[in-house]
Design a protein around this ligand. Structure first.
Ligand SMILES: Nc1ncnc2c1ncn2[C@@H]1O[C@H](COP(=O)(O)OP(=O)(O)OP(=O)(O)O)[C@@H](O)[C@H]1O
Ligand SMILES: O=C(O)c1ccc[n+]([C@@H]2O[C@H](COP(=O)([O-])O)[C@@H](O)[C@H]2O)c1
Length: 202
């Protein structure tokens, strides 16, 4: 996918934002699980020009995109540079811009449980909760911390049980759902620390 992805009104599109520096099998795994569990029609990876909370400069966007596209091959998944195209870095802004561009599309923000731990530090995070459903996927070492995080506690009443995950996209906002799944213990940090890819990372 080298241009703007296509989505018709009524479709459910999961958005997986990330640095993808580099992409790995953990990203691919949660994407497959999210498609099934949240009944998504599409998933779009949003390869970030730069996470606003990370000081480190990532590899060039073109390199991260090319690696991600090589790894993530699925007819219903698009690896995109939408944030660079739209000139947005903060998720709240990304979502407002996408919702204006794709009226009638139901967006679900996807993230690993580690991101739920610090979600309350994101720019306009309550606006994000009010505007899209949020699907959280278990990640090694982050399950309990995510489920007891300030954001999780603040929105405890908006949490759907895992058994209701299929209805998340169309639930009234705010709505979020934490799903447990077999976990893949991989991170971009670990891959970078050991100097790059190994066969099991893809
Ligand atoms: N192994 C994994 N299991 C579950 N979720 C994951 C996993 N790896 C990444 N994610 C999620 O995918 C999204 C994008 O992750 P990101 O690109 O930051 O990868 P990362 O491995 O967390 O990178 P880094 O180690 O540099 O922080 C985030 O929501 C993150 O929580
Ligand atoms: O909007 C924010 O304040 C914000 C703060 C931290 C992270 N995010 C987004 O969260 C996604 C995951 O980021 P990362 O770097 O952990 O892969 C990515 O899309 C970031 O742009 C967004």
């Amino acid at each position: 996918m080298q241009g703007w992805p296509v989505a018709r009104a009524g479709m459910v599109v999961g958005l997986l934002g990330g640095s993808f520096d580099p992409a790995h099998a953990g990203h691919v795994h949660i994407t497959h699980e999210a498609l099934k569990r949240f009944r998504l029609d599409r998933v779009w990876w949003l390869v970030s020009p730069g996470n606003p909370l990370k000081a480190r400069t990532p590899a060039p966007l073109s390199v991260r995109l090319a690696e991600a596209r090589r790894l993530m091959r699925h007819p219903r998944v698009a690896v995109t540079d939408l944030e660079a195209r739209m000139g947005t870095r903060f998720t709240a802004e990304t979502l407002t811009t996408l919702q204006a561009r794709y009226p009638g599309v139901h967006f679900v923000w996807l993230m690993g449980a580690d991101n739920l731990v610090q979600f309350h530090r994101w720019d306009r995070w309550r606006q994000i909760m009010a505007s899209v459903a949020v699907g959280v996927l278990a990640r090694p070492g982050a399950g309990l911390r995510g489920r007891t995080s300030p954001a999780a506690r603040s929105y405890a009443k908006a949490r759907l049980p895992a058994g209701a995950a299929a209805g998340l996209a169309r639930a009234a906002r705010p709505a979020w759902c934490f799903v447990n799944l077999p976990m893949v213990d991989l991170s971009s940090t670990a891959i970078r620390a050991r100097g790059g890819w190994r066969p099991g990372d893809a």
